[in-house]
Design a protein around this ligand. Structure first.
Ligand code: TRH
Length: 380
C-alpha cells in the first residue's frame, strides 16, 4: 500500500504587496519538494500570486503548481476536511467552518501561526509557545528568525551551492542579464532597487551620478518608480526604459518570476530590498544589502530594524558598522543618503566579505521548512 502523505494546509491572505504570498508560496513548494508532504495553499488573491508565478490561472478555484495544490480562498467557503497540519500565515483568520472541521477531527491537527520575521530578542522566548485554543485544537506560535532557538529562515536545499555556481560563472550571469535586456558596462557596479516610496532616493541617485565609478541601477517595476521618475524628470517609465545621467545608468526591469529574482540578486554587487522575503533572499545572495523595512504603526518597525542591525553588524570594524547602520537608518527615515553612501563605499571590501560570512553563519541554522516539519514530528 502506498504510504499516506501527511497533509498540510497553508492559509494566506494577501494584505498588501507580495510578501504574504511570496513567503507562503516558497514554503509550500519546499515542503512538497523536500519533505514529501501534500500541501494545499489557500490564497485569497491570485492576481498578486500571478505576478510571482505567471503560470497561475487566476480564475481556477483549484490548480496544481509545482506539486502544490493551489486553492482559491473565496468568501463563500465550501466545506472541506481539515489537514494534519494547519498553518495560518501572519495571523490570518481561518474560515469558521474550517475551524469546526479542525475540531471535528478524531485527532486534532497541529495548528500554527507562522509569524513575521524579526531579529528581536523576545522572539526566542515566544517561538513554539502555545497560543489560543479553539475547542480541543491548540494553536502554536512559530517564529522565523536569525537566532538560535527560533524557527530559522526559508532556505531551499542546495540554494547556496546554486548561488555559488552562478556567481562563479560570468557566462551564466551574462546570459541571464542579457535575457532581461541588461548590457552591463565592464567596470560598472550593478545595483538592484526594490523598495517602497522613499524621499531619500533622489540624494542617493545624485551621489551615484556624481561618483567616479559608474553604476548601473536596475529597478523592477513597482512602488519606487515614482521617485525614480521624479528624479529623472520623466513620466510613464516602463520596463525596458534606460536613462543615463552622468555616471549613473537607470534601467527599469519587468517584475520577474520569483526564482528569476534570485538570479537578479545574485548578479548584483549590492541589493536594495524590502519587506520580508526579498530581504532574506538578498542575505542568501551573499552580497551587501540595504533593507527598506515595512512600516508599522507607532514606528515599531524601527525597533526591528535596530535589532537586526545589532545582530548583522557583529564582527564588523567600528567604522564599517557605523557606515552601514547609518545608511540603513537614513534610508528608512527617507533622509539624505549622500554621506552614508560615500562612507559605505569606503568600507566596500569589508562589507562584501562580511555579507558572505553572515550568509554562511545563517545557513548553519536549520531552515524554516525543516524546522516546521521537526516541530510537527516532536508534537505527534
Ligand atoms: O512586497 P513586500 O513589501 O511584501 C510584504 C508585504 O507588504 C506584507 O504585507 C508584509 O507583511 C511584509 O512585506 C513584511 O516585500 P517582500 O516580502 O520582499 O515580498 C516581495 C516578493 O516579491 C518576494 O517573494 C520576491 C518577489 N519578487 C519577484 O518575484 N519578482 C520581482 O521582480 C521582485 C522585485 C520581487
Amino acid at each position: 500500500m502506498p504510504e499516506m502523505k501527511t497533509r498540510w494546509d497553508i492559509f494566506c491572505t494577501v494584505v498588501d504587496n507580495f510578501g504574504d504570498i511570496g513567503v507562503t508560496w516558497r514554503l509550500a513548494r519546499q515542503l512538497v519538494a523536500e519533505h514529501s508532504v501534500a500541501v494545499r495553499l489557500w490564497v485569497d488573491d491570485l492576481r498578486a500570486f500571478e505576478r510571482l508565478c505567471p503560470d497561475i490561472d487566476i480564475n481556477a478555484t483549484q490548480q496544481w503548481q509545482q506539486g502544490v495544490e493551489v486553492r482559491q480562498w473565496s468568501v463563500d467557503w465550501q466545506p472541506t476536511e481539515a489537514a494534519d497540519v494547519v498553518i495560518a500565515a501572519f495571523a490570518c483568520q481561518l474560515p469558521s467552518a474550517y475551524m469546526e472541521a479542525m475540531a471535528e477531527r478524531e485527532k486534532p491537527p497541529l495548528w500554527m501561526n507562522l509569524d513575521y520575521l524579526s531579529a528581536e530578542d523576545w522572539v526566542v522566548g515566544c517561538h513554539g509557545l502555545p497560543s489560543v485554543k479553539y475547542k480541543n485544537v491548540q494553536k502554536f506560535f512559530f517564529f522565523p528568525g536569525f537566532r538560535k532557538g527560533t524557527g530559522g529562515l526559508l532556505r531551499e536545499s542546495g540554494l547556496l551551492e546554486r548561488r555559488r555556481q552562478f556567481q562563479q560563472s560570468p557566462q551564466a550571469q551574462r546570459e541571464f542579464l542579457q535575457g532581461l535586456g541588461i548590457d552591463r558596462a565592464p567596470n560598472a557596479q550593478l545595483i538592484s532597487l526594490f523598495a517602497y516610496e522613499n524621499t531619500g532616493l533622489a540624494s542617493w541617485l545624485d551621489t551615484m551620478a556624481a561618483d567616479s565609478t559608474p553604476t548601473h541601477l536596475l529597478v523592477p517595476e513597482g512602488r519606487i518608480l515614482g521617485d525614480v521618475e521624479r528624479w529623472l524628470g520623466l513620466h510613464g517609465l516602463k520596463a525596458g526604459a534606460v536613462h543615463v545621467r552622468d555616471a549613473l545608468t537607470v534601467q527599469v526591469l519587468p517584475f520577474v518570476r520569483q526564482d528569476q529574482y534570485d538570479l537578479l540578486l545574485w548578479s548584483c554587487d549590492f541589493n536594495a530590498v524590502r519587506g520580508e522575503d526579498s530581504f532574506v533572499r538578498a542575505q542568501w545572495a551573499g552580497r551587501p544589502l540595504l533593507w527598506h523595512i515595512y512600516r508599522q504603526d507607532e514606528d515599531i518597525h524601527l525597533d526591528k530594524l535596530d535589532a537586526f542591525l545589532t545582530l548583522y553588524t557583529q564582527g564588523l570594524s567600528e567604522p564599517a558598522r557605523e557606515a552601514i547602520s547609518g545608511l540603513w537608518r537614513a534610508w528608512n527615515a527617507g533622509e539624505t543618503m549622500t554621506d552614508h553612501w560615500k562612507s559605505t563605499r569606503k568600507h566596500w571590501p569589508e562589507l562584501e566579505k562580511h555579507a558572505e560570512t553572515w550568509c554562511l553563519e545563517q545557513a548553519l541554522q536549520a531552515d524554516l521548512a525543516a524546522a516546521l516539519v521537526q516541530f510537527y514530528l516532536n508534537w505527534i
